[in-house]
Design a protein around this ligand. Structure first.
Ligand code: NAP
Length: 306
């Protein structure tokens, strides 16, 4: 048991915040965990489940006397929350966020924070397609990366303390410049989500294949797109609106590659297709070697009913 913070305030009580609460409790990392959410319904569910010691009706009340404040709301809601809590933050407190985009969150949050707090943006590379206060679990961050994007001049001691918190929750913490984060995530997360949304939309639109056929034969590959395409619409709308440039850049490259492969199929250029697929297969091996997925066939589903 290593208590790192006396009072942690979670703003937003969805997947990420509730998972943090469970993970912090399990390890005794916080003296007290308090929280708030926008709707009375979510606040009531959180009270009923009990993953926080106290739930407040407003963010302004929740942050009072907290030495760590975590903003765990959709990226587009960060600015209004920062504005609300700014005047109520304790001197010396650390404010962090878990938003999937960093540059626009920094620009939205920083101007509203007083000089006497430390703002350390972060992003857990961990999630599921589920959302809301009932979706959290303590192991969410186990063996997942946590990217910190500290700003110039931030107190290294506070960065080290927040690093310890995430490490204790199971994450592998790394640091990255703000803009580089947004480009990396555009490649590894944001564009793949857009492609999955599109593929599922296309299947729905292709009238010559019936809905029941799509569902019945989905294990042929489509099923894995549907998991990603089931992700929270509000969160993902905000990700694209706030990581516009990097996503558009990666999408441009994607479209060019897609055209090249389309042409290879049309002209019967088997060598090009084979070389391309051999290269991508090696990337998959790298992900498994890094411990970021299972090498079991079909993501380990074989023999299970998942
Ligand atoms: P979530 O489960 O949907 O929960 C979001 C929380 O934010 C809810 O408590 C919700 O309150 C509140 N909220 C929504 N809109 C709001 C608004 N306009 N003003 C104030 N509060 C609002 O979301 P999550 O998955 O935990 O995601 C939270 C943050 O983590 C997002 O910034 C997301 O980009 C980031 N993130 C998500 C994942 C992932 O895979 N899910 C991974 C890494 C980072 P109500 O329930 O009352 O509406």
């Amino acid at each position: 048991m290593t208590q790192l913070y006396d009072r942690v305030a979670l703003i937003g009580l969805g997947l990420i915040a509730s998972s943090m609460a469970y993970a912090m409790r399990e390890k005794g990392l916080a003296g007290e965990i308090v929280g708030t959410a926008r709707s009375a319904e979510t606040r009531d569910i959180a009270r009923e489940i009990g993953f926080c010691d106290e739930i407040f009706d407003t963010a302004a009340e929740a942050v009072k006397d907290a030495d760590l404040v975590i903003l765990a709301v959709p990226v587009g809601a960060m600015s209004a929350i920062a504005q609300e809590i700014g005047p109520h933050l304790a001197a010396g407190a650390t404010v962090s966020d878990v938003g999937s985009v960093k540059r626009e969150v920094v620009e939205a949050v920083q101007p509203h924070l007083p000089d006497h707090v430390h703002f350390i943006p972060s992003h857990p590379i961990a999630g599921t397609e589920h959302s809301g206060p009932r979706s959290g679990f303590a192991e969410l961050f186990q063996n997942r990366f946590l990217l910190l994007t500290p700003l110039e001049g931030t107190d290294p001691e506070q960065v080290a303390k927040l690093t310890s918190l995430w490490t204790e929750m199971g994450s592998n913490v790394e640091q990255m410049p703000v803009d580089h984060h947004d480009l990396v995530l555009a490649v590894t997360s944001h564009t793949p989500h857009l492609i999955a949304y599109t593929m599922v939309g296309v299947a729905d639109d292709l009238r010559r294949v019936t809905d029941s056929e799509v569902i019945k034969y989905s294990a042929a590959g489509f099923r894995d797109f549907t998991r990603i395409a089931a992700s929270d619409p509000t969160m993902w709308r905000d990700v694209f609106l706030h990581n516009k440039e990097a996503t558009l850049e990666v999408l441009g490259r994607f479209t060019e590659e897609l055209f090249a492969l389309q042409r290879a199929i049309r002209t019967g250029d088997g060598d090009q297709l084979f070389d391309y697929f051999s290269h991508t297969r090696a990337i998959r091996r790298g992900i498994i070697e890094a411990g970021q997925d299972t090498s079991a066939p079909d993501f380990g589903r074989i023999g299970t009913k998942k």
